[in-house]
Design a protein around this ligand. Structure first.
Ligand SMILES: *[C@@H]1O[C@H](CO)[C@@H](O)[C@H](O)[C@H]1NC(C)=O
Ligand SMILES: *[C@@H]1O[C@H](CO)[C@@H](O)[C@H](O)[C@H]1NC(C)=O
Ligand SMILES: *[C@@H]1O[C@H](CO)[C@@H](O)[C@H](O)[C@H]1NC(C)=O
Ligand SMILES: *[C@@H]1O[C@H](CO)[C@@H](O)[C@H](O)[C@H]1NC(C)=O
Ligand SMILES: *[C@@H]1O[C@H](CO)[C@@H](O)[C@H](O)[C@H]1NC(C)=O
Length: 870
């Protein structure tokens, strides 16, 4: 299986379209009930799944607390046996679910966590310390953890994320995912249905000379789903060979699913076997023991994995509960009997998907197996029995979805050049819009009109415009036609439309006849339904007087008597472009009268009567809570670091004190009383540490270190000065020597000049001034070097190497000034004003040492150099 990933990595060349600095990386997350997989798309980085801290390719979907320490992944899962109400797994089952729902009852049957109700009516989990964390917050923490892994890997911030969701996810659940992403400090670039993501991964390395249909069969922990996908490749025979590029079209044509079966349900049944076995043998109620139940849950997962490859497995849990060590043999046959009723259910989604696509198995090339539970023999056997040799195991069951999602995210961001794959997906549920009919007579019975706007199977990323004849404010209700699951209500949202009467009046005054309300209902690529661009439209025949007069006389105010027509026009985004493009070429009849369209926007206020997404304020609060946890952890880490640093420093200091050998630099450079003082302070600090170290704050730790450092500092200073002194002296002497050489040479030239030789570059006074500087320097150096030689190693130096260098620098500068001076022109007067050459010297003390036989020069880049010789 791993080989398929490899192929992907080789085939996909990520080329940046823009320069690398403007590119943002894109994180893909496949958030499952059991495992999180992630992948990062970044230019120049090999495309692969993201590894966790232990270099594993997947992370357990668990967050938890061991007392005050927050843990993620396997660390969080492994503490469930000891802290059964502080380890949170299978949170995917709780996304957006109402507190009183089947989903919560199921969760309660598998988990030892305490479920409580939030103000929104959804679910939060209560830790043993009493704090409550909403599902969005807990999943947001996990997303933030993945974000951090990605950032550590790529070395830069990551903001954009694409998340896989099951195709059956309702608007409520999709909102919950997007909210959790936001809490994690990221932006949702898109959601992608997981079957579709696998299809993208499948198409990455293949071309389809003829259209093919495949079923992506995804058996996960939380559910089993099937997606019918058509693949076709249009080869682009463009004239220029270089731009010829194949374009692959992926279209989802049907989905089927069962939310009640999956790996988690199998684990539950396996644990039920173990529970009854335990009760029978030990006559004790294990269900009353949370720790025992949590341990047994973990063991069920382990035993299930063994039974995938073996006919039986030994379940073993030491001191499971009531001081009983549990040991029992579980056979695959027993397990399969316990799951007998599911056999037909495992494959039903395949046939549901085919039916919704209007197909049969004969139309299908293969059934591609994916998802962690697709390795379970009983599921494999069921699928094989149902579809025969169409079963295909040609994608990586764990990673295909996340890798496909990453590729799709890269394509969406348009920042990467990837294989050209176009994806169209579908909505899984009938979505209808309802509104109260406008009463014709005040006495008429209220009537509701419902319109099926997006029947299941509608393409995502499309819009529909409703045209309504209204004279007053009204409300649109967007809802699923049937409850999407037993847990969720049908109501998605209500949109209150306001300002209708006024808008109609304004348009009518402008001369519009029969203005109508138009509302656009959109089904986004990520599967969200929304109401947008609600406006009154009117056709105004020409801006002429007649139109205005008509308005003045109140002509068009009464609604027309004709039957209210409710008209739904489908328009995909592409079609919309066509429509607006064809608009200017109006019909000849209309051209005469110059019909002008005018619109007045209406107010739209969205309300939720079932599960609302998190409000801006709720998200702000939740982010603040998460941030507080992060800050606390960071502060704790800083204290730990300061503590470690202090201890490390103290041990080093103690070693220095303990080294009695006379040659040890620390001993040589220090006096007895200094060492004693340090030893005392060190002893005090060690005893302070053992008493208060645990509770010390960072300031105290730093203070303790400062006190010790102040005592050590003079000794370190002496030592570094002893090291520096010979080097500084060498430097000073070198400049003396160069200056003397220079003076001798220049004086000789001066003498030659007076004897009729070439004119001298320097005047006698200039050379005398340099000689005075040299003498001053030599005298200072002799005096202080002599004094310094009498200072003992464990005494403070009388001159500092820094001062020696500064003084040598004065001499150097004087010498350089003369050296860089321009030679006088043959004809000009001897003492031409010494003009500053503007030569930019590099500020440097040690790198400008000249070679011994040439006059010193800091750099050869200067222009003045060329003029040295006339
Ligand atoms: C062929 O490729 C060119 C350039 O990439 C593009 O403009 C054109 O739309 C493509 N044609 C088809 C049929 O995909
Ligand atoms: C499916 O197969 C049937 C019978 O083989 C055929 O008539 C039909 O056109 C096929 N449908 C598609 C979408 O290919
Ligand atoms: C209608 O016209 C009045 C007066 O021109 C204006 O103040 C008002 O905002 C308009 N209402 C709408 C809904 O456009
Ligand atoms: C002094 O400098 C010279 C020349 O750069 C070098 O060869 C010599 O090793 C130096 N001596 C010391 C003590 O640094
Ligand atoms: C002395 O004269 C020679 C020959 O003109 C020249 O190369 C050299 O730089 C001069 N030296 C000084 C210190 O001016």
């Amino acid at each position: 299986m791993r080989a398929f990933t490899r192929i992907c990595c080789c085939v996909i060349i990520l080329l940046s379209v823009f320069s690398e600095t403007v590119l943002a990386s894109i994180l893909a997350i496949d958030y499952g009930a059991d495992w999180i997989k992630a992948s990062l798309m970044k230019p120049g980085v090999p495309f692969d799944v993201l590894l966790n801290k232990d270099s594993k390719r997947k992370i357990q979907s668990t967050v938890g607390w061991k007392k005050k320490d927050r843990l993620f992944g396997g660390d969080a899962a492994s503490i469930a046996g000891r802290y059964p109400t502080d380890s949170f797994s299978s949170l995917k089952l709780l996304q957006a679910v109402p507190y009183d729902s089947e989903a919560v009852s199921f969760f309660a049957s598998i988990s030892t966590a305490d479920v409580v109700k939030t103000e929104r009516g959804t679910v939060a989990l209560r830790r043993s310390d009493g704090s409550e964390w909403s599902v969005e917050e807990l999943i947001g923490m996990q997303f933030a953890y993945v974000k951090q892994l990605a950032e550590e890997f790529s070395g830069e911030p990551v903001y954009d994320v694409i998340v896989t969701v099951p195709p059956y996810y309702t608007q409520f659940e999709r909102d919950s995912v997007v909210d959790a992403v936001e809490l994690a400090g990221m932006r949702t670039l898109s959601l992608i249905n997981d079957g579709t993501a696998v299809a993208v991964n499948y198409a990455m390395t293949r071309t389809f000379s003829a259209p093919e249909y495949h079923v992506i069969y995804d058996a996960g922990a939380s559910s089993v789903r099937a997606t019918v996908v058509s693949f076709s490749t249009a080869s682009n025979d463009s004239k220029s060979k270089t731009s010829a590029k194949d374009s692959t079209q992926i279209s989802v044509t049907g989905v089927g699913f069962d939310r009640s079966i999956g790996g988690t349900e199998l684990d539950r049944r396996l644990r039920e076997l173990m529970i009854s076995d335990f009760q029978r043998r030990h006559k004790r109620d294990i269900r009353s023991d949370k720790r025992g139940m949590a341990k047994l849950w973990k063991e069920a997962g382990r035993v299930k994995a063994i039974l995938s490859a073996n006919a039986d497995a030994m379940a073993t849990v030491e001191s499971l509960a009531f001081d009983i060590d549990y040991r029992s043999k579980i056979t695959r046959a027993d397990f399969e009997i316990a799951c007998r009723d599911l056999k037909g259910e495992f494959t039903r989604p395949i046939f549901d998907a085919l039916a919704s696509a209007g197909m049969t198995l004969n139309n299908i090339t293969s059934v591609i197996m994916t998802g962690g539970a697709s390795r379970t023999p009983m599921i494999q056997a069921a699928v094989k029995a149902a579809v025969g040799d169409k079963v295909a195991m040609n994608v990586n069951a764990d990673e295909a979805a996340v890798l496909g999602a990453a590729l799709h995210g890269a394509a969406l961001s348009r920042q990467f050049k990837t294989k050209d794959i176009k994806v169209t997906d579908i909505g899984a549920y009938d979505v209808q819009v309802s509104y109260p009919a406008e009463p014709k007579k005040p006495s008429a019975k209220p009537r509701t009109i419902s319109t099926l706007v997006f029947p299941s199977g509608s393409k995502t990323g499309s819009k529909k415009t409703m045209t309504l004849k209204r004279s007053d404010d009204f409300s649109l209700k967007v809802a699923y036609r049937q409850p999407p699951t037993a847990s969720f209500s049908t109501d998605i949202l209500h949109a209150d439309i306001t300002g209708v009467a006024e808008a109609i009046q304004n348009l009518t005054e402008l001369g519009a006849t029969n203005p109508v309300v138009k509302a656009t209902i959109a089904l986004s690529e990520s599967g969200f339904v929304s109401v947008r661009d609600v406006a009154v439209h009117g056709e105004i025949k020409d801006g002429s007087l007649t139109g205005k007069l008509k308005g003045l006389f109140g002509g068009g105010l009464t609604p027309s008597e004709e039957e209210m027509t409710d008209d739904v026009e489908a328009e995909t985004q592409q079609e919309q472009v066509v429509m607006s493009a064809s608009a200017p070429s109006a019909s000849p009849a209309a051209a005469e009268k110059t019909i002008k369209e005018d619109t007045v926007s209406l107010g739209v206020e969205v309300r939720w009567t079932s599960i609302p997404p998190m409000s801006a304020q709720e998200k702000r609060q939740a982010r603040a809570r998460l941030q507080a946890v992060n800050n606390e952890e960071a502060a704790k880490r800083r204290v730990e670091e300061a503590l470690n640093a202090l201890e490390g420093y103290m041990y080093r200091l103690r070693d220095l004190l303990d080294d009695e050998s006379a040659n040890a630099p620390f001993v040589k450079c220090s006096q007895e009383k200094e060492r004693k003082r340090i030893a005392e302070q060190l002893k005090d600090t060690f005893s302070w540490l053992s008493e208060h170290g645990e509770s010390a704050d960072i300031g105290e730790l730093l203070d303790k270190r400062t006190v010790l450092e102040k005592l050590e500092q003079p000794i370190v200073h002496r030592y570094t000065e002893i090291e520096e002194f010979p080097k500084a002296l060498n430097n000073s002497q070198m400049w003396n020597w160069h200056t003397r050489l220079f003076l001798a040479d220049a004086r000789q030239n001066l003498t030659l000049a007076t004897q009729g030789g070439p004119p001298s570059k320097y005047a006698a006074e200039e050379l005398e001034a340099l000689e005075r500087t040299l003498k001053d320097h030599e005298a200072w150096l002799d005096e202080w070097v002599e004094k310094q030689r009498k200072v003992r190693m464990n005494e403070d130096p009388v001159i500092l190497s820094s001062e020696m260098r500064a003084r040598a620098k004065t001499l150097e500068n004087h010498l350089q000034r003369l050296y860089r001076k321009k030679a006088p022109k043959l004809t000009t007067k001897k003492s031409a004003s010494a003009e500053d050459t503007g030569f930019a010297r590099e500020e440097s003390t040690t790198t400008s040492r000249p070679s011994s036989d040439a006059p010193p020069t800091s750099s050869t880049r200067g222009g003045s150099h060329d003029h040295d010789e006339l």
